[in-house]
Design a protein around this ligand. Sequence first.
Ligand code: PEP
Ligand code: MG
Length: 931
Amino acid sequence: MSDGKKYIYAFEEGDGQNKMLLGGKGANLCEMTQIGLNVPPGFTITTEACLAYLEKNQLPDGLMDDIKVHMLALEQKTGKGFGSDKNPLLVSVRSGSAMSMPGMMDTILNLGLNPASLQGLIKQTANERFAWDAYRRFIQLFGEIALNISGEHFKERMQAIKRKHGAQLDVDLSAAHLQELANDFLSIVERHSGKPFPQDPYEQLEIAVGAVFRSWMGKRAVDYRKQFKITKELANGTAVNICTMVFGNMGNDSATGVGFTRNPGTGENVIYGEYLTNAQGEDVVAGIRTPRAIAEMEKEMPDIYRQLIVLHDRLESHYHEVQDFEFTIEKGTLYCLQTRNGKMNARAMVRSSVEMFHEGLISRERALLRVEPAVLEQLLVPQLSPSFHGKSLAQGLPASPGAASGKIVFDADTAEIRGRAGEKIILVREETRPEDIHGFFQAQGILTSRGGKTSHAAVVARGMGKPCVSGCEQIVINDLLRSAIIGDTTLHEGDIITIDGGTGHVYAGEVPTVEAEFSEEIATLLKWADDVARLKVMANADTPESAAKAREFGAMGIGLCRTERMFNGTDRLPIVQEMILAETPEQRQSALDRLLPIQRSDFKGIFKAMKGLPVTIRLLDPPMHEFLPTAAQLELEIAHLHQLKDTIDGLEELPDTLKLLNPKLYQQYADGLTKLMGGLTTFKASHLEDDVISKKEKILKKVRALAEVNPMLGHRGVRLGITYPEIYSMQIQAILEAAALCAREGIEIHPEIMVPQVATVEELTRIHSYVQRIHKIVELTHGINVRFKFGSMMEVVRACLRAGRMAETAEFFSFGTNDLTQATFSFSREDAENKFLPAYNETGILQDNPFEVLDIKGVGQLMKMAVDNGRKTRPELKVGICGEHGGHPGSIHFCHHIGLSYVSCSGPRVPIARLAAAQAKLLEEQYRTPS
Ligand code: PEP
Ligand code: MG
């Protein structure tokens, strides 16, 4: 006892669960010792001793005496003597706090070496070279770590000795060379510390312990804690572990190695790892000899292999988790030096979860909790081959996961043609617009130089489950030359590139990819998840194809079908434009009459794909001008047309001028000229007549008229539905008729009609009245009952405030947290991400990107209030979320907590959401709303 406090625990007595006191490493060493694993004897000096040291800048009174008592115990346990010249006890000194902090302080090995114990080590190992090597390494490590002497001095000396003796590598140095080096190192220490190297082992220990304690406040450690937000509550001070050295280089019955209790790449239940006979751990790292796979040990050292199997079983049955361990075999005895939970890839995590449950090692709950939902993404989309380590050309935003290769194409039409012809295509654009949608269908992936993670390209690609890199600013596209400069490289249309939508990297050429596999183990794990979860998981899907795909991912319905995507198909866009440009209600109705059957068949396709499950269809949301070319584009086209017309007009005068100036020449070319003029006149008539130009001018006028100061807050959503009732009416009719037709065919359908951008109760009731009217007509004309639900998006702050009243009309709510976040913060995602969000995150004004991670403190409170008030009016109110956050695990926990009925996300995120929903249920007791 020192200061009346117990500062030291032998590995036999420390509480393996008390990581705050003993540090992670110390606690584990204690735990392993106490469950009977063969750990070299040792003890842990607590984090409390560290704090006491830091307070007074000296070791607590009596601590050295306690250390001596424990060293004596070590001597007894090992039969060795600290500083002995016959059978020396050497120890390692390692730091270890409650949280793993790599790089905080290195380990000092072989402490206790001095001229006398060195002789002992030589006798013990019968290896003079090894002993001198150990000594010079110890002096260097001690000098650098405990005495703060720059490593450069030691490195320089090493180089000089190597030069002097003509040695290429460290291993070429003999025992005599290493002895010379050790003596030089001793002088370096004396010169730079002003004192001789401490040769008393206890003095070495005292200095080393103090140095480890001080390292807690060293710059590296402080910066690390700041960076990874390691607060005092998580880790306060470092412990020091003093552990008997064991040697794997004491002959052919000795070895050292590292192992995993299961294969970390596949999850297979076999010991996986490497070992080296007659070697020290450092030899493995230095790559001097090639280690062997543990499987080979079965033949080479069968006895030890059997001990290793026992170790494997004991580790797993104790920790109930895959372990990553270090071992040393000294003269036929296996020692476990360290163990920790193994880090594995997604595939291995899933497989081991399912198998460990079947082996009775873990419960089903644990199997679900140990897999981080986000890692499932790796298994569900194609990835770059793990063996590929090439350099990328540029990096943009990882907008939609997955990897894809294909030929560069700069416009959607060419993408469609070449894609249909069977070529693999990457659509490369500055940014995409709704009219590019046909190009998306045929492309393997999308790459844009502008736009964030909610740009058109990003959202559409995610919905389709295609890889997308957006906002890759290092790309400069030259449409005229059909080329692009990507980073330092110029690429042309048809050149092959590869994009990785999971990292945002763009590579030249075709990079091999590995396909996604929805293995039996994932299916099992997710089935367990569905059994546990309370939240349902829906998909955001707009086509029968994406609906079918989402169903394969386990979607339990569609939570958001954005109908505007359907307006952009090549067969519909001209009709939609006709509808927008219509000058009379009759003209508009005629366009809508042609759109109706198309929409009806779209909905029928989706209902069929989602047979038996709910499908929430959102009425048109974006402003009209999104379906027309931009004003700038039209202005350019009109200017070009005028120019061309003027040129042709000038050419038309050519024959007359030529006739006057040179009748002979005219005669000579008269035939050709007449043909040319005929061709030009026909071209002009079909392409340049005034009505072609004036049509474009009319569109331009409309585009200008539709232009809005702030389109996101303008004439869109329900506001459009109220001012152009015929558009929503057509959509409602198409939904209900599709439902009626499906019902006729005996297909079980659960349609839901959802209104976007609602701010007032009156807006909702107005649209509801359309629905009721059309519903009656459809039921009468089709002679069949059509059941459906009617609900509101909650994406406007006012709607949340009026939720109680909204629920009088709405049978369900769906939080559109993309718009709701924008509205609550009063900033747009694109502007935030491109301009100030990084600074906000860096300076801690905002912890996360609120467009990715739900802002629970603000947006979340609006949601909670809306759910509570909505359910006061209508207790059975169904409530979901369909913004991006619906696929984010942390946000899903909050959605569970406030009682949502479902989350909806893009198809490929559905498995992630299913697992997160189960975890939310399993961890609900521990859930704390951030304050
Ligand atoms: C939302 O605002 O969260 C939403 C789902 O709608 P959109 O992204 O289509 O605006
Ligand atoms: Mg929205």
